[in-house]
Design a protein around this ligand. Structure first.
Ligand SMILES: [Zn+2]
Length: 323
């Protein structure tokens, strides 16, 4: 009988925070508290909550946030949340409006990712799903965009590199929208490889030219289905991932490439998310003892978001096969 290594017996963490139920500052925005509620409700209905280790997280420390963001931007976000009209002018777009809770919510989202990184290296969890809002991948060093204020995944990656002296970290972004903020923050960082699939041309229409050396960009046309995603993963990303041998893998997990999603025109299904996650878990098993931190990004059709995120969580939970 094969004996499982100790790390394979560790649970999956479900990292969230107390402010995840706060309303979006823009009342008509599709980025709503119902997104989290639907995921949590479906997770509980499926009995998965009995198998995850739930961790309610506090704010990310300021010095950790500043690994990914300019100090003047973070100060402006805080002042805008405190009601300073001059600072609020920096957040005047409808999808970057700031309310009284925005700064604290953004800090808590980033804090959940930082806590998940610690938990992986403390060996209290094998992998993690950070069910957080606001999302982060459109936020760049000095700019909020697309309901994102602080770049949760970039903060987590840069924190992991500093705290645990990592040399190689991978970020896989499979949200339907380009993770332009993440790309800008990590561009040129030799310790980070950023893999991003996204509908193109499409919002946010901000790609760096030329594509930075450490970025693997996979633009796909409107109408692309899950077979296209699987093909890119199998033929391009997984071989590159195995050669890069990351010590930690992050996923920017947006579920808005789903066919029911009104905010994009891709045609993925829950089965594609299950497949994608299973293959990434297998890669993490081979290269980094399973260490994978998944961070919720987009996904606005509540039904398909909840089904897809819970399918993703289920795939994270499965005990990997010993090789
Ligand atoms: Zn998106």
């Amino acid at each position: 009988m094969t004996t499982l290594p100790d790390w394979m017996r560790l649970p999956t963490g479900f990292f969230t925070h107390q402010l995840v139920d706060r309303p979006n500052p823009l009342p008509e925005a599709p980025e709503t508290p119902e997104r989290f509620e639907a995921i949590e409700t479906r997770m509980i209905a499926g009995g998965l909550d009995r198998f995850v280790r739930r961790v309610d997280c506090g704010p990310a420390p300021r010095d950790v946030v500043l690994l990914a963001h300019d100090a003047d931007y973070v100060e402006a976000l805080e002042r805008a949340s405190d009601g300073d009209p001059e600072a609020q002018r920096r957040f005047s777009e409808p999808d970057t409006k700031v309310g009284p809770d925005t700064f604290r919510c953004a800090l808590a989202s980033a804090g959940a990712v930082v806590r998940a990184v610690d938990a992986l290296f403390e060996r209290s969890v094998r992998n993690a799903f950070c069910a957080v809002r606001p999302p982060g991948h459109h936020a760049s060093r000095g700019r909020a965009a697309g309901f994102c204020y602080l770049n949760n995944v970039a903060i987590g990656a840069l924190y992991a590199i500093r705290r645990f002296k990592l040399e190689r970290v991978a970020i896989i972004d499979f949200d339907a929208h380009h993770g332009d903020g993440t790309e800008e923050i990590v561009a040129g960082n030799p310790k980070i490889r950023f893999f991003s699939i996204f509908q193109w041309p499409f919002y946010p229409n901000r790609r760096m030219e030329p594509t930075p050396m450490n970025v693997e960009a996979a633009p796909v046309e409107a109408g692309a289905d899950g077979a296209v995603l699987r093909e890119i993963l199998e033929t391009d990303w997984l071989p590159k991932l195995e050669r890069f041998r990351p010590q930690l893998i992050f996923c920017s997990s947006g579920f808005d490439a789903h066919s029911e999603e009104p905010m994009a025109q891709l045609k993925a299904t829950e089965l594609d998310y299950a497949y994608l996650t299973r293959r990434l878990v297998e890669a993490a098993t081979v290269v980094c003892e399973g260490r994978l931190v998944s961070v919720l990004e987009g996904g606005y059709s509540i039904g398909s978001l909840a089904r897809s995120a819970v399918t993703h969580l289920q795939a994270l939970l499965r005990t990997p096969e010993p090789s």
